[in-house]
Design a protein around this ligand. Structure first.
Ligand code: PLP
Length: 380
């Protein structure tokens, strides 16, 4: 019999998305109309065909170079590909050897960076509202969770920090609020990090999904940013490759080296065929990125037009942040009209009375869900 000793695993919080899925599955099994799931954030548009072709072609190569252990630090061509993309799209010049770590998805990197920077006795500041998995990183690092409240525009209320953080997480465009980076926020983060010796982690998972003519804004374009922090870039949202598990930690040389060093101890590289496909994604035709952005923007517009009573907000990502009317809750919406929304309180105290609606569903599903919500509002 396995008798685990109490350790860091006990510190892990509830896994928000696992609990949400379990709740949805339970309600789905009850009698009633089919559920309309607008709670999940799973990209619904597949990767570009040339990326899939690159994966298949590589997988057909019967060589150890493809099917054996991959270089721990990632293929040099892959690191060069992301550097080229950063230069072309975000105007940021990076060194492919010293300022890039290849990771199996940025969810993993969220934890790895915390392990590399913080430990017991340290505090990690997390945006509220913010992505729930950041709390897992704090727990695994054995650090203290500091709340960094965001105002309605998504701007951090820095004065609310109750002590000096060792690490600060930022995320623009934001899951769940859909806020794009407010002007000046990266400069404020760099100044605070300089003053407190904190490290900044900017989660850029939705970086390319910004609307209304905005240009994507990398934290690393801010003067001084790479001296104090790193940015996480993911292939999941920009290229619809969430299941493929590929991302990058970019920026601060010392921290990138620590993440690579940690990875050398716990992983043995990423399947070379996946890396080849990622190179194809990053260096091949980029039209699909703009198409994806336009698609989510058009769905955002449908929500804004259908639900003005819920004050929908979204400047980017594929989520719309809603204000629920008095007496409403996501649980009530789930039970009474069988529409799944992600409960706002799961993203932090500032999420109370809010809900996150996903645009990563077909237009038909979205329209059906909006119609049920609209009718429920009309009945109030
Ligand atoms: C804000 C945010 N950061 C990071 C991730 C992790 O992305 P991935 O591990 O697929 O790169 C997600 C995934 O949904 C996310 O919403």
């Amino acid at each position: 019999m396995v008798r685990p000793r109490p350790n860091r695993i006990e510190r892990l919080p509830e896994q928000y998305f696992t609990s949400l899925l379990a709740r949805v599955a339970a309600v789905a099994s009850e009698p009633g109309e089919p559920l309309i799931d607008l709670g999940r954030g799973n990209p619904d548009v597949p990767p570009p065909a040339h990326v899939v072709d690159a994966l298949v072609d590589a997988a057909h190569e019967q060589t150890a170079a493809v099917h054996g252990y991959a270089p721990f630090a990632g293929l040099p061509e892959l690191r060069e590909a992301i550097v080229e993309r950063y230069a072309n799209v975000y105007g940021v010049e990076l060194d492919p050897h010293r300022e890039v770590a290849v990771v199996p998805g940025t969810k993993t990197a969220l934890v790895e960076v915390a392990l590399c920077v913080a430990g017991p006795g340290d505090a990690i500041a997390l945006p509220d509202p913010g992505y729930p998995d950041y709390r897992s990183a704090v727990a695994l690092a054995g650090a203290e969770h500091l709340s960094l409240p965001l105002d309605e525009a998504g701007r951090p209320e820095w004065d609310a920090l109750t002590r000096k953080p060792a690490l600060i997480y930022l995320n623009y465009p934001s899951n769940p609020t859909g806020a794009a980076a407010p002007d000046g926020v990266f400069g404020e983060a760099v100044a605070l990090a300089d003053w407190t010796d904190a490290t900044v982690l900017h989660d850029f998972a939705y970086g390319d999904l910004v609307f209304d003519g905005r240009s994507p804004r990398s934290f690393l374009a801010e003067p001084g940013a790479r001296e104090v922090g790193v940015e996480l870039f993911s292939l999941s949202k920009s290229y619809g490759m969430a299941g493929w598990r590929l991302g990058f930690v970019l920026g601060n040389e010392e921290l990138v080296a620590r993440v690579s060093w940690l990875q050398e101890h716990v992983r043995a590289g990423i399947f070379v065929a996946l890396q080849r496909a990622a190179i194809a994604a990053l260096t091949g035709p980029q039209e699909t990125v703009a198409e994806r952005r336009a698609l989510y923007e058009s769905r955002r517009d449908r929500v804004v037009a259908a639900l003005p009573a819920l004050s929908p907000r979204c400047e980017g990502t594929f989520f719309v942040w809603l204000q629920l009317p008095e007496g409403w809750s996501c649980e009530r919406v789930l039970q009474e009209i069988r529409v799944v929304l992600a409960p706002g309180e799961g993203f932090g105290a500032r999420g109370h009375g809010r809900a996150r609606l996903s645009l990563a569903v077909s237009d038909e599903t979205l329209d059906a869900g909006l119609e049920r919500l609209r009718q429920a509002l009309a009945r109030e």
